[in-house]
Design a protein around this ligand. Structure first.
Ligand code: EPZ
Length: 422
């Protein structure tokens, strides 16, 4: 398994481009199953999760062409099999996103139940109840969700008793082809859900209330192809801004959308960063100062994103003062804490909150990544730790951060990938 070897202490100062959002690209790739016409997607990030989703579509018989400008053309008109096999789903739980489109367009879906993962059990009951509300017949057989519909799905009103990002995306993708008007209440409002909705509208879907917690969908009989550019990744962007905040440095991000990052930018300003934004760029400058500790509570958008929780834990670990990080979305998203302890961080877990007392310096130690964002936080900690840190199991990172070594080198970091044995 590859590792990342990072020598801490370099000044961070540079300019990088932000890639397309993984968590928008994944549902939008699944949405190509809703039409028999070719869909062209641009700005897809080159990540393992994206490759896995494309592999999943190909194994169903979908035609995928990579154009010379790196855009991808997908045509589900050639689909032969409505099955998402365990071999692929076990590596990426977001595979569940093919459930809604397959059921709505082909009247059939066989999707392996996703395994649990490091950040909690992450059930899919809200997805399944949504499909049933729209007239799908769901059974569980041999670890697979077997979904069928007799003819076209029927529109319905569906209330999410818990905000679910991919749950909202699955129900939305099923409703756009259902017969009648569906109302989806307490839906997720994440920018990635909005980007999916915009892509669906470009395909001919009729959706009102995009970006709000109530979407009204008037089902249509058919959707057509479109050409869609995926929005920038706000979590990748936030991660690199924290690299500047913890090192007293300066980071200039291009091809980013600051309007999707208010809750993160507010907290970065609170920790002492000077932040200047345009429509598609952000400059963070600490002017050499140490960050001040901040208090974070994660919650659904537009509140502070859970996917930035581990990164801000590292910010507090080296900040002036004591800060708290409260995780309200997932029940086990503190796997990085014991690794940070080994680097000298002073963190105490109290229920779903971590109390972090800033220390002047972290020190290098061999550490191990456990989930995508936890692994990013260990890389951040290594950037400012004294000595050389070896981060193991970085396949987690490759799922969500495109070219992380190259981008950090452009910011001044000393980092290289070390091929691991086995
Ligand atoms: C999406 O996961 C993201 N993944 C996650 O990003 C992100 O952390 C999460 O939303 C929260 O923002 C993608 O978009 C591919 P949820 P998702 O359904 O949709 C519970 C990353 O790092 N729940 O919004 O799986 C669930 O257990 C990843 O890029 C149910 O109980 O998350 C959790 O406690 C990690 N039943 C809460 O809801 C369900 O049927 C929110 O989960 C579904 C969810």
């Amino acid at each position: 398994m590859d590792k990342l070897l990072i020598s801490g202490g370099n000044p961070i100062d540079g300019t990088i481009r932000i890639s397309g959002a993984k968590n928008a690209a994944l549902p939008i790739l699944a949405a190509t199953l809703l039409t028999d016409e070719p869909v062209t997607l641009r700005n897809l990030p080159h990540l393992n999760d994206i490759t896995t989703m494309i592999e999943l579509l190909v194994c169903m018989g979908v035609e995928v062409l990579i154009n010379e400008d790196m855009s991808v053309q997908i045509n589900a008109g050639t689909l032969k099999d409505c099955t998402a096999p365990y071999s692929l789903v076990k590596t990426m739980r977001a595979s569940i996103l093919v459930l809604g489109p397959l059921l709505a367009h082909f009247g059939e879906a066989n999707v392996s139940l996703p395994g649990g993962c490091a950040i909690g059990s992450r059930p899919v009951d809200l997805h399944i109840r949504g499909m049933e509300a729209l007239g799908g017949q769901i059974t569980m057989e041999d670890g697979y969700i077997k979904a069928r519909s007799n003819g076209r799905l029927k529109a319905a009103d569906y209330f999410f008793d818990m905000v679910s990002v991919t749950g909202t995306e699955n129900v939305l993708m099923a409703a756009v082809l259902a017969d009648g008007v569906s109302v989806i209440e307490n839906s997720a409002r994440e920018p990635e859900v909005v980007d999916l909705a915009h892509c669906l509208v470009a395909m001919g879907a009729q959706i009102e209330g995009i970006g709000t917690d109530t979407m009204r969908v008037t089902g249509v009989e058919k959707l057509h192809g479109c050409d869609h550019k995926v929005l920038p990744d706000r979590i990748e962007a936030g991660t690199y801004l924290v690299a500047g905040a913890i090192s007293g440095g300066r980071v200039h991000l291009k091809d980013v959308d600051p309007k999707t990052m208010d809750s993160v930018l507010v907290k970065l300003r609170e920790c002492g960063a000077e932040i200047i934004t345009t429509d598609n760029s952000i400059v963070l400058d600490m002017h050499g100062k140490r960050p001040k500790a901040v208090n974070i509570t994660t919650a659904p958008y537009p509140a502070f994103p859970t996917d930035m929780q581990a990164q801000f834990t590292v910010l507090n670990a080296v900040a002036e003062g004591t800060g708290t990080v409260e995780e309200t979305i997932f029940e086990n998203r503190f796997m990085h804490i014991q690794e940070l302890h080994r680097m000298g961080a002073d963190c105490t877990i109290k229920g779903n909150t971590v109390v972090i007392k800033g220390v002047p310096k972290l020190h290098a130690a061999p550490v191990m990544a456990t989930d995508l964002r936890a692994s990013a936080s260990l890389v951040l900690a290594a950037l400012v730790a004294e000595g050389d840190t070896l981060v193991d199991r970085i396949y987690h990172i490759d799922r969500g951060y495109e070219c992380i070594e190259e981008k950090l080198q452009l910011l001044g970091a000393t980092i290289k990938r070390v091929a691991g044995k086995g």
